[in-house]
Ligand binder design. Structure first.
Ligand code: G3D
Length: 179
C-alpha cells in the first residue's frame, strides 16, 4: 500500500503543487499525511504558525492544520489558502457532532472565491458505525455543488492502513495533469 501511494506521489510530484490538509482535531490528518510520506525522504519545516505544519514531499508542499474555529480559519485564509491547488478536507466519519462543525468549514470553502479542487476524505471507514460517503455527501449537500466552478470529490478511506487513499490521489493527479 505504501509503495503504491509513493508511486502515485512521484508522478504527482513532477510539478510544484500546493496542498492544504484541513479538518477538525482527531479527524485523522496526521495519520493520512504519514501514509503519504511512507518510504519517502521528507523535508519538514518548523511550524509556520502555532497550528500549521508544513511538509515538502518532492515538489508538493503540504500545509496541514487543525481548524479550531471559524476565526482561526479566516485569519489564516490569505496566507495559506491563496494559490492552493488542492484542499484535502479530512472528516472523521464516525463523529456526527464533528460533521456538524465540518459543515461550517465546508460552507466557507464553497463561498470563498477559491480556485482550488477539494478532495474530501471520509476517514475511519473501517469503523462499524462510520457514515457512508453517500450519507456524508447528503449531509454536506454536495450534489448541489455540481455546477460550481471549483471541483470536489469525496472518497471513503482508512488512514490507519492507507486503504483507498490511492483512489483519492488518483483523482488529484487527474486534475493536476489537466490543469
Ligand atoms: P488529527 O491529526 O486530525 O488530529 P490523527 O488526527 O491522525 O492524530 O488521528 C486521531 C486518532 O484517530 C488516532 O487515534 C488515530 O490512530 C485514529 N485514526 C486515524 N485514522 C483512522 C482510521 O482510518 N481508522 C481508525 N479506526 N482510526 C483512525 P489515537 O487513539 O492515537 O488518538
Amino acid at each position: 500500500m505504501g509503495q503504491l501511494i509513493s508511486k502515485l506521489m512521484s508522478i504527482f510530484g513532477k510539478q510544484e503543487h500546493k496542498v492544504i490538509i484541513v479538518g477538525l482535531d482527531n479527524a485523522g490528518k496526521t495519520s493520512l499525511l504519514y501514509q503519504f510520506l511512507t518510504n519517502e525522504v521528507v523535508h519538514t519545516c518548523p511550524t509556520v504558525r502555532s497550528n500549521v505544519e508544513k511538509t515538502v514531499l518532492q515538489k508538493t508542499h503540504f500545509f496541514m492544520w487543525d481548524i479550531g474555529g471559524e476565526e482561526a480559519l479566516r485569519s489564516a485564509w490569505n496566507t495559506y489558502y491563496s494559490n492552493a491547488e488542492f484542499i484535502i478536507l479530512v472528516i472523521d466519519s464516525t463523529d456526527r457532532d464533528q460533521l456538524l462543525a465540518t459543515v461550517e468549514l465546508y460552507k466557507m470553502l464553497a463561498h470563498e472565491a477559491l480556485d482550488a479542487s477539494v478532495l474530501i476524505f471520509a476517514n475511519k471507514q473501517d469503523m462499524k458505525d462510520s457514515m457512508t460517503t453517500m450519507e456524508i455527501s447528503q449531509f454536506l449537500t454536495l450534489s448541489a455543488m455540481k455546477d460550481h466552478p471549483w471541483h470536489w470529490h469525496i472518497q471513503g478511506c482508512c488512514a490507519l492502513t492507507g486503504e483507498r487513499l490511492p483512489a483519492g490521489l488518483q483523482w488529484m493527479q487527474s486534475w493536476a495533469t489537466v490543469n
